[in-house]
Design a protein around this ligand. Structure first.
Ligand code: PEP
Length: 248
């Protein structure tokens, strides 16, 4: 299965910073053919990024979407607008959206459906908090988020990202064993939903991925890529992650 590695820039980078990043990142990964490389800049930088990525092997993603196509929804951005800006994918259900913007599973599900209907690829995020992990609720949380978030959603053009909240931006990465354990569980739930097609859904790990830990995480059987925050902001470090060392 082809790996999928995406940069989530969150609320970082101006237009000038976006262009500067691309000037060195695009040539650094131009020979990469065995990884789908994806960049998710903030909305304001999408157009500049699309321009800088023309003719490259890098795909553009947005960090969020609203489920209606147009209308009186102040501040929101629709699938039509994302496609128009050159996006191929959209991140949905990131823990920061769930935590700071009260996005519950039913909202996440609406967004996933709208994105898929429009033909956008979906990077669907799930993950437990530290409190939930310590209370032994990791699998319950993951099951609920996957089943509700993906209700009535087919597996085509769908990527799932497992992002334990305690590992996001903390420098505390899940061990390969912890990641594999949850990834295998996600695969099992996807199997209940999709049968054999679950084998083709790429499951990304996210949470303090760096050039130093990417090789061992990507070597896990059910880890098919990464969603990278902090370490994707510098072109050198994100290029190193994309060019991780594959096991034979
Ligand atoms: C993220 O929030 O998607 C993420 C993985 O962040 P970081 O790599 O900084 O932990």
């Amino acid at each position: 299965m082809k790996y999928f590695i995406a940069a989530n820039w969150k609320m970082n980078k101006t237009l000038a910073e976006t262009r500067e990043f691309l000037r060195s990142f695009v040539p650094a990964v131009q020979k990469v053919t065995d990884v789908d490389v994806v960049l998710a800049p903030p909305f304001t930088a999408l157009e500049a990024a699309a321009e800088g990525l023309k003719g490259s092997n890098i795909q553009l993603a947005a960090q969020d979407i609203f489920w209606e196509e147009k209308g009186a929804y102040t501040g929101e951005i629709s699938s039509v607008m994302l496609l128009d800006a050159g996006c191929k994918h959209v991140i949905i259900g990131h823990s920061e959206r769930r935590q700071y913007f009260s996005e519950e599973d039913v909202i996440v599900n609406r967004k996933v459906k709208a994105a898929k209907k429009a033909g956008l690829g979906v990077i669907f995020c799930v993950g437990e908090s530290l409190e939930e992990r310590e209370a032994g609720k990791t699998f319950d949380v993951i099951k609920r988020e996957v089943e509700l978030g993906l209700a009535e959603v087919d597996p085509g053009n769908l990527v799932v990202a497992y992002e334990p909240i305690w590992a996001i931006g903390t420098g505390r990465t899940a061990t390969s064993e912890q990641a594999q354990e949850v990834h295998a569980y996600i695969r099992k739930i996807l199997g209940n939903l999709y049968g054999n097609k679950a084998e083709d859904v790429r499951i990304l790990y996210g949470g303090s991925v760096t050039p130093d830990n990417v090789d061992s995480l990507m070597a896990c059987r059910d880890v098919n890529g990464a969603l990278v925050g902090g370490a994707s902001l510098k072109p050198e470090s994100f290029a190193k992650i994309v060019c991780f060392k594959k096991e034979n």
